[in-house]
Design a protein around this ligand. Structure first.
Ligand SMILES: Cc1cc2nc3c(=O)[nH]c(=O)nc-3n(C[C@H](O)[C@H](O)[C@H](O)COP(=O)(O)OP(=O)(O)OC[C@H]3O[C@@H](n4cnc5c(N)ncnc54)[C@H](O)[C@@H]3O)c2cc1C
Length: 376
């Protein structure tokens, strides 16, 4: 039966769901975004493993301009002094159609917005009130417009406001006592890195990830630094924690820096309303240390889309159970990586490096640690 769906939030999750509905079903939908436009500034880089590529290709991502994306061949592990520890081949997970991809977030959003922008996207929309009416959900927005829909999808990020209208128990995101600092590099600077790969440099209470985001020799640099509180005016001071360990980073951090505190969702709660679903970070926000936030947003949109399309019974329960299973796997690995990437004791660092070197060569381990996440 044809359904009317309201998607709250036009980030990666909401836009992916919109595209899937538009291109592969007859359901009606509208995306409601609280901002006045989509954030298309340069943004940070995004890594997409093949689990998300498989889904994006269903909505035509394979036709994207190849110059705007990159397929890194592997991950090089370094210590923060830029001394190589070992490498992981990423191509082992690729198939002819689906390859590990890096790109700017703005490139992905541009692609996702194209087919939904004019007819299916409304800006400046914040929910004011919700109620049930004749088996449907009536949403009132604060600009005095409203919509009567069969289903509501909360895709409004880790601090989901949609949850506060429908749930008693809210997901309370927690500050991880870590800050992310980002910049785009126009060259690899003094750093001894392979431009075709993702470089991961692990230091005391910090790690740096650098990877190409297109064929234009632009690199995304993201640095995660542990710190008890976030003060946006103090980012330069924070950076000293990294430059003290390797002065080659001084040049790198001269560029324009953006920073934000890292939050994660400690507990995942189901929706208590059979007509309301959560996807992307609104379902669960992950630490960025497995680079799966966008991938899981895309996956969750796809899972929900399939259940709605097939008009399955008990969608709510099936969706939650399946999503929970995936989220737990990804969360566990993101947490392990977060711990391993920030070890401060020099002795423990030596032990960690030994283990990474040992494990990246073990096919069985790599297949169960990364393969289960990537081969979706
Ligand atoms: C440092 C860092 C690095 C990362 N690197 C990667 C990576 O390499 N690979 C990867 O896969 N992921 C990465 N991620 C995570 C990824 O970016 C996010 O998980 C993903 O963007 C979440 O998408 P989303 O659509 O659920 O939420 P969001 O992107 O947060 O979008 C939510 C949208 O909803 C709108 N909104 C909010 N409130 C309301 C409201 N009340 N009403 C209407 N609209 C509303 C917002 O304006 C926004 O447009 C990283 C994250 C961080 C912090």
């Amino acid at each position: 039966m044809k359904k009317k769906i309201a998607i709250i939030g036009a980030g990666i999750a909401g836009l992916t769901l919109g595209n899937l509905i538009k291109k592969n079903s007859d359901h009606e939908f509208m995306l409601y975004e609280k901002e006045e436009s989509l954030s298309l500034d340069e943004g940070y880089g995004i890594q997409l493993s093949i689990n998300s590529l498989k889904i994006l290709n269903i909505i035509g991502f394979n036709k994207i301009d190849n110059g705007k994306i990159y397929h890194p061949t592997g991950v090089d592990f370094f210590n923060i002094q830029n001394k190589k520890i070992c490498e992981l081949n990423l191509e082992q997970f690729n198939t002819a159609e689906n390859k590990y991809t890096t790109l700017k977030r703005s490139t992905l959003i541009e692609f996702l917005k194209d087919d939904v922008y004019t007819q299916h996207l409304r800006f400046g929309k914040k929910i004011k009130e919700v109620s049930e009416l004749k088996g449907k959900v009536l949403i009132k927005f604060d600009d005095n417009t409203n919509d009567l829909v069969d289903l509501v999808v909360g895709a409004d990020g880790i601090f989901s406001n949609t949850r506060s209208f429908f749930e008693k128990k809210k997901n309370e995101p927690k500050f991880k006592k870590a800050i992310a600092v980002r910049t785009i590099l126009k060259s690899k600077s003094e750093l001894k890195i392979d431009e075709k790969k993702i470089s991961l440099m692990m230091g005391k209470n910090c790690h740096v990830v650098i990877y190409p985001v297109n064929k234009n020799k632009e690199f995304n640099l993201i640095c995660i630094i542990r710190d008890k509180k976030y003060d946006p005016d103090n980012v330069r001071l924070l950076i000293n924690k990294v430059t003290k360990q390797n002065s080659d980073f001084e040049k790198v951090f001269k560029n324009d820096l953006k920073s934000w505190p890292l939050y994660f969702t400690p507990k995942i709660f189901p929706s208590t309303n059979s007509k309301v679903f959560y996807i992307g970070d609104a379902f669960n926000g992950f630490l960025p240390t497995l680079a799966q936030g966008a991938g899981q947003s895309i996956e969750s949109a796809y899972e929900l889309f399939n259940l709605i399309k097939e008009d399955k019974k008990d969608i709510q329960n099936v969706y939650y159970q399946e999503r929970l299973k995936r989220a737990v796997i990804v969360r566990r690995r993101s947490n392990i990586n977060f711990f391993a990437f920030h070890i401060s004791s020099p002795i423990l660092q030596v032990i960690r490096n030994f283990f990474i070197k040992f494990l990246v060569k073990r096919k069985n381990f790599i297949n169960s640690y990364l393969g289960t996440v990537y081969k979706y």
